[in-house]
Design a protein around this ligand. Structure first.
Ligand code: IPD
Length: 240
């Protein structure tokens, strides 16, 4: 697998998508679906199409949040979230990004997460380290929960009992942050801005790029399927 050229292709695609989302930042946005806590806007689809066009030359399958595609244990695929943190983008909050991963089965070989609002591009490829813009990043070395920051999201469809347990488990951390972007939460663990990211009920495209980033930055990425396509994830600095 050509990691160098594919990483370059993912960065170019993420930057182009970022330009497009910046251009449209202050425009009225058309909502396509509002279901439970999820929101999908027309720009999600337009942005995924733009990324698909950019990645076409790599001749690799594409699996994206908006248009689906192929993902399986014996296929190499791009995994694309055109806007992670759509609700933030919709309301003008800058915690949102583009997330592009290259997956070989369930192994994340390349991860690119681009916060176009702050022009921060997090990128990693297997065996070559993780970077924020051009600076190498590492996870934190905090090993005491009472000194550590947890990033998470409120569980979407859980029973009252498990919501109570979720709240109880929060109490042990020094700080809790809910950014509304799984991908950025992963990138922040990789760059030592926080120490642990845990969430239940998210999709592969939300965290696929984060796996490579966190692992290459020296951390640990654990995830398991909890239903057809939703995952429970725990990404950490490896010391907690
Ligand atoms: C969402 C974000 C959010 C998480 C949601 C995701 P989207 O992704 O990652 O942090 O809590 O479960 O759906 O829909 O904005 O791509």
């Amino acid at each position: 697998m050509d990691l160098k050229n594919n990483l370059e292709a993912a960065i170019v695609a993420a930057r182009k998508a970022g330009e497009f989302l910046i251009e449209n930042k202050n425009q009225t946005k058309k909502v396509l679906v509002e279901h439970g806590r999820d929101i999908k806007i027309e720009l999600d689809r337009e942005c995924e199409n733009l990324i698909r066009d950019e990645l076409k030359s790599t001749q690799i399958e594409i699996y994206g949040e908006e248009f689906g595609g192929v993902i399986s244990s014996d296929v190499i695929s791009w995994v694309v979230d055109p806007i992670d943190g759509t609700a933030n983008y919709f309301r003008g909050i800058d915690q949102c990004c583009i997330s592009i991963a290259l997956m070989e089965g369930m192994k994340s070989k390349i991860g690119v997460i681009y916060n176009f609002n702050t022009d921060e591009i997090f990128h990693a490829s297997s065996g070559n380290g993780a970077f924020l813009n051009e600076k190498e990043i590492r996870v934190s070395d905090i090993s005491d929960v009472s000194k550590a920051s947890l990033f998470t999201g409120f569980p979407a469809s859980e029973s009252i009992e498990s919501q109570s347990l979720f709240l109880k488990n929060l109490a042990v951390w020094k700080k809790i942050r809910m950014f509304g972007s799984a991908a950025l939460s992963c990138a922040y663990v990789a760059s030592g801005k926080g120490d642990y990211y845990a969430e239940k009920g998210i999709y592969l495209w939300d965290f696929a790029a984060g796996i490579c980033l966190v692992e290459e930055a020296g951390g640990k990425a654990e995830f398991s399927l909890i239903d057809d396509d939703r995952y429970s994830v725990k990404f950490s600095n490896g010391k907690l």
